[in-house]
Each structure stands twice: as C-alpha cells, then as structure tokens.
Design a binder for this molecule. Sequence first.
Ligand code: ADP
Length: 541
Amino acid sequence: MALMGQMMSAPLLISSIIKHAARYYGSTEIVSRRTEGDLHRYTYRDCELRARKLAQALGALGVQQGERVGTLAWNGYRHLEIYYGVSGMGAVCHTVNPRLFPEQIAYIVNHAEDGYVFFDLTFLPLVEGVAPHCPNVRGWVAMTDRAHMPAESKVPLLCYEELLDAQDGNYEWPQFDENLASSLCYTSGTTGNPKGALYSHRSTVLHSYASAMPDALGCSASDVILPVVPMFHVNAWGLPYSVPLVGAKLVLPGPKLDGASLYELFEQEKVTFSAGVPTVWLGLLQHVQANQLKFSTFRRTVIGGSAAPPAMIRALEALDVEVIHAWGMTEMSPLGTASKLLAKHHDLPDAERHKIQEKQGRVIYGVDMKIVDGEGKELPWDGKAFGDLLVRGPWIIDRYFRNDVSPLVDGWFPTGDVATIDADGFMQITDRSKDVIKSGGEWISSIDIENVAAAHPAVHMAACISAYHPKWDERPLLVVVKKPGAEVSREELLQFFEGKVAKWWIPDDVAFVTEIPLTATGKMQKLRLREQFKDYKLPTA
Ligand code: ADP
C-alpha cells in the first residue's frame, strides 16, 4: 500500500515570498529611481503593507481571481507592489513591454483581456493612443500621487496613490491552489503575433528558488541587487521574486538606463550584483572606460537574452566584474542554463577557462535539455555536434495562453535555438535557427562571427546576417557600427578574422551603418536588418 508523506501541505504562492521578506528582512531597503525624478527608499515591510492595500483596492475595483491586470512600467517600487498585490490576491499580473509598437500593445492587452492597466507617467502618450483600441479595459491607473497626476488626459485616469490611500491594509493573503495562474508575459513576436506565456504560482516560486542557487544567479542576503533587465521583460528574469526570497537589498533603476545614470546608482547604493542584456553593458562599459572609472562594490553580473560577446566578458573581468553568461526564454520563466565553472576548471589556463565561461552553461535543477538532428534523434554531448535544442521542466511552457495547439514535441518544448552540449553538460548556442547562415548547405554561426567582430577595438556593435549569393545561396554579411571617433576599413576588419574562424566563415563584405535596430528587449533586430539588406549585392556574387 502506498504510504503518503506526513509533512504539512503549504501551497507555493507568490504572496509567501513578500510575506517572508517583510517578516525576516523587514528593514532591508528597496531603492527606486522614480519617473518623478527623485530616489525613493523604503523597506520590504513597507512594500508588503502597500501590496496588501493594493490587493484590497483591486477587490474594491471588482477585479476577480484569474482576471488579468496589465502594466506598462519601468523597474520601480510601485511596479513591485503590483507584482505582489495582483498575483497575491489571485489575479494575473500581465507585464506589457512598452517598447513594442502601439498596435502590438493593443493586440496584447485585448488578447489578454486586461481589466485594468497600470502605467508609469512616461507612458501617458502611449496610453492615450492605445486606449481607444482597448474597449474592454475598465480603467487606466497612473502610477503616481495626486500632485503628479497629469493636468489633462484624453483618457479618464485613476490615481495609484489614491487607490492605496483608501485602504487600511487589514488584509490576509488568500490561500489557493498553487497551480493557479499568477502572471503573463508575451513573447516579442518577431515572427507573427505575440504569444502569451502564462506562469503559475508554483512555476514562479520553483523558478525563484532554483534561480537563486549559487550555480545560477547566486543571490544572497548579503548582496545589493540591481536588475537592469526590465520588469516588463520576462519578469526581469525572476529577480523581483528571487531577491525578496533571499532578503537582498533591491535597487530599481526606473527609466534611466544610460551608462552614466547606472554607474551613479551602482556606486551610490553599493550594488554588488546586476543582470541585463549585452546592449545595456555596452553603454555602461563605454561610460566607465571613457572616464577611467572603477566599480567599488559591483562584482558579478548575469548577461543573457542574447550571446555575451567574449570581448565584453573580458572587459568586465578587467574591471573585477565576473560575468555569468546565462540563457533562457520567455517560455522558460526564463532561466534555463548558467555558465559557472566546475571545481576541475579552476586550474585551467585562462584561455581554456574563458572558453567555458563563454558557453551558455549548465542547466539548473528543474530543467532538462537535449539536442536533436533533423529527424529528432538525440545528438551526442561532445561539444561539436549541433542541433535543435529542446527543453522540459516545471517552469517551462506547456501551451500558449488562449491557444489550443500544443507547441510540444513528444513532451519537449522546441526552443528555436541551435546548440552544442559538451561532455560536462555545458550548452553553447550556435545560433537562433532563423539567424543561422546556410552557405552551400553548411551552417555558419552568426554569433561566432559577431563575437570576433566585437573584439575589434574600433567596433561598437556588430551583427552578422545572411546575404544572397548566386552560388552559395547565403553568405555572411557583417553590419557594423563603429565606436565614436574610431576608424577601421572593410579590409582591415575582414583581415581581423584570419586565423580566428574557418576561412569560409569569413564574411564576404562589411556594411558600415550608424545604427543597428534593437528589439523591444534590446536585442539586435536581425529580421529588420535582413529586410534592410535584402537587395544587397555582395562583391563576391
Ligand atoms: P524574444 O527575444 O523573442 O523576446 P526571449 O526574450 O524569450 O524572446 O528570448 C529568448 C531567446 O533569446 C532564446 O531562444 C535565444 O535565442 C536568445 N538568447 C537568450 N539568452 C541567450 C544567450 N545567452 N546567448 C544566445 N542567445 C540567447
């Protein structure tokens, strides 16, 4: 006969995280740069009280459990209160990326059927444009106080602080099934319409536990953590949950993400740990290098979202900042792998150790992965064979929101990435399957080419895309933004590749541009670049 365990059964609820932080790290600070311009500070105890008031206010507005509540907001304390207040009362916190086109935002708000949308004042013009196309939204809430409410608005607005002021905070977080939906994020929809990943309380809490572990993000109560990655981009990689879970001080940078503003905040608040996409670190590095600055406390950062160029990893290392290269996606909550060394790696020569750090890394417990060939047959873990990367686990999507077609293949989620896995289980992304360059039937990794280019001292940003070639079908074209004041010729740049990649991988041409378009999440928008260069005539063609 089956013998059941005899431990308490407590559902894994998001409210338990903020309750824990308020009770055990009550006086630990949350510091936010506000859209109003100033710095705001308070504690986890204050945050939890205000999240409870928000939960009461949502009840008063008639928000039901399971109903979606949208946000268009920067990283700030009010956004954090919404994360906890909305999910905590049983509704679904739907973070919308304000950098998307207004039509996409309207599509997402309507598809999610958001009952209310909370927004930072920066986004008032956006709200005024989108609101007429979102007839089912019952109210737009400006995340500010009465004094800062816009004098005029084309849309009737509610005031966040007034909603909270009307409540006493006398509220118990409800207990319910941990499998209920907690939050919703849409993929950026680089192909087709955006698709929603609907997280549960259980998946979120498990992901927070796992991502806080030392071989993942490694968060601790002795850290001061500043997520540069936006709270509207896959829940800022889960940091708004994992930071309170460990009781670390949290610093939220608001709308100011330029190098100088970030540096000032890092120094002033004694930030030890951060996380963001590569393009953010470009700005910060440029500022620090140009002004010959040093970081006093900043020691570790997670870089993910797109491949961290080795030159960037080295540049941060030279400033005593360890880079943890990580990989994941919206459909994975998002964390899948992180590249932390094994004990046996510490004695390796620098060059070999670097090669390992440059990989996207090992899975964290909870994630299972495999690579397969075109027929779906599993490929060996030899660090050479590459194929489609598939994943499964309790914080990985089963199906998209309001879409009945399962994306899974035999219970595995196909990531759309192409990767290798080595004998120690370190995964390395070769490319996104749609970005890979197919030259005469052989594959060239656009990431490898970009990594070489990024190491050239005159290169600020480089994207490698395929250009049409009559004989090879596709050949690599390197699109480059030079550093301000730097000079480099096409020939010099191409020569720089000699001996660094196979001869036939060297791009056929270089196009210098003043800007590379970025996606709403700060990644190089290769789809747009491919369109821009679709009639490009290679000199080799
Ligand atoms: P989108 O970019 O479509 O908004 P996500 O933010 O979920 O979606 O991005 C997930 C994708 O980003 C991954 O499938 C992968 O292609 C890419 N990616 C994420 N991290 C890395 C990394 N460290 N190296 C290379 N590619 C990465």
